[in-house]
Write a protein of this length. Structure first.
Length: 186
């Protein structure tokens, strides 16, 4: 008898969470084509987080952890999905084409732009939530964290830029050709 009564209530709860996840996914799908708006919203979230940390004068460990996580995401965003350093068929490894007679292999990111934005936004919201709990406000000497983060950022970016130069890839498309529809004559 007890199983028969708990099954409908469990079904209602699972349907509720399923519906919530569908609504959440619907909102994400609506945001997908609006790249600039999404990034402006992410930057606003980061500014809200930084404003909260600045006004409350605390949560430096949370800020440092968030910065390291964002740096990790950025490196994954800059890195190709198939790392040329790991595919060593010849002496120099594979390179992206540099001339028109070479095979075209598009740059595919390890972390796509939408997932990059989503992870940054979600982690920043989690960081903002952490600033409401005093347990995460660990007292530290924040200038050391800032210097360590700057050092880590410089070393990591130097390594990434060397990798980009060595394997001749540029993760940004600044002069991508745009094709226009040809007007049909009637």
């Amino acid at each position: 008898m007890m199983n028969e009564e708990s099954a409908p209530s469990r079904n209602v709860v699972s349907q509720f969470f399923k519906r919530i996840s569908q609504l959440y996914q619907l909102q994400l799908d609506r945001w997908t084509p609006h790249t600039k708006v999404r990034w402006v919203a992410a930057i606003v979230l980061i500014l809200i987080f930084l404003l909260r940390v600045f006004t409350k004068q605390g949560w430096y460990i949370v800020t440092y952890a968030l910065g390291i996580y964002h740096l990790n995401l950025f490196i994954a965003f800059l890195t190709p999905k198939i790392d040329p350093a790991l595919d060593l068929d010849d002496d120099q490894g594979p390179e992206l084409p540099t001339r028109s007679n070479e095979e075209f292999r598009p740059f595919i990111r390890r972390l796509p732009e939408f997932k990059f934005w989503y992870a940054i936004s979600k982690s920043t919201v989690i960081g903002i939530i952490c600033t409401f709990f005093e347990a995460f406000n660990v007292p530290v000497f924040w200038p050391i964290l800032v210097m360590y983060f700057i050092t880590l950022f410089c070393i990591t970016m130097k390594r990434q830029i060397r990798h980009m130069i060595k394997y001749r890839y540029l993760p940004f498309t600044h002069s991508k050709p745009r094709y226009q529809a040809v007007p049909t004559e009637k």
